[in-house]
Design a protein around this ligand. Structure first.
Ligand code: FES
Length: 120
């Protein structure tokens, strides 16, 4: 049994910021998030909303490709290992409230284990 140290962050959130050229067969999270204001704007928004809701000790990092591009824009929250597809500020509101504040899940936005990218 591992004797791991306590979590450094209560939750560590990775939000894909990978960019691919237009027309790439896999697309990318940056392009898919554009209609909702873009990944960076939504990442800043998530941090603000979490802070305003009193959620402490989280980190929301810009991440490289998480390799589930076809289902993005993606974020994954650890230590739970729960993935979400989010597009709008309203999606982020729901993730902050239900997941980060209440410890629940936003079922309608969750990626499931059978959502795997095609072989590439
Ligand atoms: S481009 Fe975001 S998961 Fe690959």
């Amino acid at each position: 049994m591992a004797n791991d140290p306590p979590l450094f962050y209560a939750r560590h959130i990775f939000m894909c910021t990978n960019v691919r050229p237009d027309g790439h067969p896999r697309g990318c999270c940056m392009a898919r998030a554009a209609a909702g204001g873009g990944v960076e704007k939504l990442r800043a928004y998530l941090r603000e909303k979490a802070r305003a809701a009193g959620v402490e000790n989280i980190r929301a990092n810009a991440a490289g490709c998480l390799d589930r591009c076809e289902f993005g824009p993606n974020m994954v929250i650890y230590p739970e290992g729960v993935w979400y597809r989010y597009e709008t500020a309203e999606d982020v509101d729901e993730i902050v409230q239900k997941h980060l504040v209440e410890g629940g899940r936003v079922e309608r936005l969750m990626l499931h284990p059978d959502q795997v990218p095609p072989k590439h």
